[in-house]
Write a protein that binds this ligand. Structure first.
Ligand code: NAP
Length: 300
């Protein structure tokens, strides 16, 4: 019998990426669920879908991701990013279902300026960060057979993300200001999703044990948002004056960590390929974004 894989948050940037990559895994039965049928604000919606599908693996791409808005929607952020993980975890524990779930670099937010390790101190400062850390704990206590991946600065050719925002602003403005005092590493959804698929394949097809616990994942290398914006413009051949500024010039409702660079040593031991450098990943994203654009133009 084919193994059943449930993807929640199927309309988000990571969910859509799994949708594209799933074509290569036709030996599994895929279920892509959006908020309409798998609503993390509703226990009955979550239970109904899980009891109907009976998945072997849940890849939870759904989340409350509006970082600034979360500061004034605390209950909603907590319900989606924390409480719902208890419902999913309980189901999974009873039904021997594995879970891959995503968390964030915002859970660390400590004053460390060496690559952040999974066992390091967590001190989230924003509601979003607190809700994601609470969700990690809720999930691991209800279903310890869960794999939680903390990721950072996620982007892709679709959805809402920094890569697309810079591309759009470059069309509209002659000058862009971008902060240069927050350091981290971007994550291309295709690299993250491919790593998850390899880990799942090792477990489901090659009988390796399912890795559990918390793992960091982003692309390799380090940069500031300014460096990232610079590379996006350079590699997409867009001419705009880019000005480095400090975070103080861009006050946001939710505080951002100044240093988010994560060590990938732990997850590296599970992967059969090195994690791509963020610049190489960015080139791949730009190629895909342009090939999509070319296909659309050919059709119209
Ligand atoms: N984006 C980043 O920079 C970043 C960084 C670190 C970690 N992460 C984590 O990575 C994971 C994937 O993020 P992403 O960038 O793919 O996020 P995304 O593009 O914002 O997608 C999130 C998805 O969750 C859905 N959703 C929202 N509320 C829901 C609810 N009540 N029930 C069910 N689905 C709901 C959204 O649906 P609608 O669009 O219909 O609202 C959307 O499809 C998340 O766990 C996120 O916390 C992201």
């Amino acid at each position: 019998m084919k193994k059943k894989i449930l993807i929640s948050g199927a309309n988000g940037q990571l969910g859509k990426t799994f949708g594209i990559l799933s074509d290569k895994y036709s030996n599994w039965e895929w279920y892509f669920l959006t908020k309409k049928v798998f609503d993390l604000e509703s226990k009955s919606s979550v239970s109904a879908s899980l009891n109907h599908i009976k998945p072997d693996v849940i890849i939870n791409c759904a989340a409350y991701t509006a970082v600034d808005q979360a500061e004034s929607e605390i209950e909603k952020a907590m319900l989606i990013n924390n409480t719902s993980l208890g419902w999913i975890g309980e189901y999974a524990k009873k039904n021997d279902c594995k879970i891959i779930h995503f968390s964030t670099d915002y859970v660390y937010h400590n004053s460390c300026n060496r690559p952040l390790v999974e066992t390091g101190e967590c001190s989230p400062k924003s509601v979003y960060g607190k809700s994601k850390l609470a969700g990690e704990k809720t999930l691991l206590s209800s279903q310890p057979d869960s794999l939680i991946i903390r990721t950072s600065w996620v982007y892709s050719p679709f959805g809402k993300n920094f890569f697309l925002t810079i591309q759009k602003l470059a069309e509209e403005r002659e000058e862009l200001k971008v902060v240069n005092d927050q350091i981290g590493s971007p994550t291309y959804t295709f690299d993250l999703a491919k790593s998850c698929l390899q880990i799942m394949d090792d477990h489901l097809s090659n009988n390796k044990s399912f890795p559990t616990g918390i793992f960091n994942y982003s692309n390799e290398g380090a940069c500031s948002w300014y460096d990232f914006a610079h590379a996006i413009l350079e590699l997409s051949d867009k001419k705009v004056r880019l000005i480095p500024v400090s975070s103080e010039e861009f006050p946001a409702k939710a505080p951002r960590p100044a240093f988010s660079l994560m060590s990938k040593k732990k997850i590296g031991s599970l992967l059969n390929q090195p994690i791509p450098h963020w610049r190489d990943a960015l080139k791949n994203c730009i190629d895909l974004a342009y090939s999509k654009l070319i296909r659309q133009n050919k059709r119209s």
